[in-house]
Design a binder for this molecule. Structure first.
Ligand code: UDX
Length: 433
């Protein structure tokens, strides 16, 4: 089976490479020439564990290639996946410009029956819009549009692709279903559940799943904030809650609020979509609000601990990516917190094992970039741990303290044990403990 993947961002690259690993012949295309040039040289534009090896292997074995010739790739392949970005537009909805550009390119190069599989996260109804758009441009066009959402987590995307919890295929065409099943056939061997449904339901599944997970995080963040007021320990609360099989322990870690390229954007998009249709989604609206407040709350914690005024204070920030094992800083709570600290007149020195390059694009010379965690502590009035990288889990506390002006440690990820930190001489604060 021959596949064309339009968009070599995070989702397109992992999916394209994963499908090649399944034995398909995949051409990944992008209009950004530098990105394709990098990939052709064997360089990976993003940091994702395991991806480089998998790309190398599949290129070497002749199943994976990269190109900027999108028209040719469309003409040469039976299945065209769309994995272009769908960022938030100004009103909080999804901006479908890149998607429709790619769709128009498909329409111009439709040289026979094709399956168009939408991987990008798109508002419910988009697959049908895509169908109408192509049908309106090409008379007698033979094609099917399949909604095939992804559920990849950054940092473990390769693993998630190869061992998914489920595969969702949205289309009413028997022919397209057969082709999609064929593409994912290696997953049958490991008994992965397949959910086959119509386009709208498949599109909704993605938003409903992400918004639910976001709600779980906002819920436990609110519980954590209440715990702080009543002297309860949110870790024990979450653990005991999670032991109830109906709840489960996953996604009950309190923190500085969720970030990344999916949850913030998808919760906003579903909220927006519902309101457009005349329904006020109060619960989803609250999830969004709780998350905004949570980020602000972290800044307040630091401010309180350094005596109520951040101006002129040196704050060391550990971690800038939105979660560990990625260099992605999109909607990272750390970026929000750093900006607020700067606005309040603080001096910020930050370290991250992978994302400092990205941080530099945002902050330039406005902050200092440290070479490691200990440099972050140098002369600091407080340290705030924003991302739970493994490197930050067993720091030499005495070394850290020795370098600080005042030993204040705000741990927004609850990595450290409050008692041990106090014994080590820190004024320590976590979330909800
Ligand atoms: C997410 C979904 O998990 C994935 O299925 C979807 O397709 C894309 O969005 P990702 O954004 O890569 O994946 O990261 P995820 O691990 O889900 O974390 C998202 C954010 O929530 C991070 O900022 C993380 O720190 C935060 N989080 C997660 C918590 O604060 N607490 C938790 O218990 C879990």
């Amino acid at each position: 089976m021959r596949i064309c993947m339009i968009g070599t961002g995070y989702v397109g690259l992992v999916t394209g490479c994963g499908l090649a690993e399944f034995g398909m012949k995949v051409t990944c295309v992008d209009k950004v020439t530098e990105k394709i040039a990098m990939l052709k040289r064997g360089e990976i534009p993003i940091y994702e564990p395991g991806l480089k090896d998998l790309v190398e292997k599949n290129v070497k074995e002749g199943r994976l290639s990269f190109s900027t010739d999108i028209p040719e790739a469309i003409r040469n392949n039976l299945v065209v996946f769309l994995a272009v970005g769908t960022p938030s537009d100004d009103g909080g909805g999804a901006d479908l410009r890149y998607l429709f550009d790619a769709v128009d390119e498909i329409a111009r190069n439709l040289n026979g029956y094709k399956v168009i599989a939408i991987k990008s996260t798109v508002p419910v109804g988009t697959a049908k819009r895509v169908s109408r758009r192509i049908a309106g441009r090409v008379e007698g066009a033979a094609f099917d549009v399949v909604s095939n959402p992804e559920f990849l987590r950054e940092g473990s995307a390769v693993e998630d692709f190869l061992h998914p919890d489920r595969v969702v295929i949205g289309t009413e065409s028997e022919q397209a279903i057969a082709i999609m099943k064929d593409i994912y056939s290696p997953l049958y061997l490991i008994e992965t559940p397949f959910v086959i449904t119509n386009n709208e339901t498949a599109e909704m599944i993605k938003y409903a799943a992400n918004t639910f997970l976001a709600a779980k995080i906002s819920y436990i963040n609110e519980v954590a904030n209440i715990c702080e007021l009543v002297g309860a320990d949110v870790h024990v609360v979450a653990r005991a809650m999670g032991l109830d099989g109906r709840i489960s322990r996953k996604f009950l870690h309190p923190g500085p609020g969720f970030g990344g390229s999916c949850f913030p954007k998808d919760t906003r998009a579903l909220y927006h979509l519902a309101r457009e249709k005349g329904y006020d989604p109060a619960l989803i609206g609250s999830v969004i609000r709780v998350n905004e407040n949570q980020k602000t709350r972290m800044v307040e914690k630091v401010k309180r601990r350094v005596g109520g005024d951040l101006s002129g204070k040196v704050i060391g920030v550990l971690g800038v990516s939105f979660k560990p094992n990625t260099d992605d800083i999109r909607e990272s709570p750390a970026i929000f917190v750093i900006q607020r600290l700067l606005d309040a007149g603080a001096k910020v020195q930050a370290f991250d094992p992978a994302a400092l390059g990205e941080a530099r694009k945002v902050f330039g010379d406005a902050i200092t970039y440290a070479a490691n965690a200990y440099e972050v502590a140098q002369g600091a009035d407080a340290i705030v741990l924003m991302t739970e990288w493994n490197q930050f889990r067993s720091l030499d506390l005495q070394e850290l303290k020795g370098r600080m002006k005042t030993p204040v440690f705000v741990d927004t990820r609850n990595v450290y044990d409050p008692r041990k930190m106090e014994q080590a001489g820190f004024a320590y604060e976590g979330v909800g403990r």
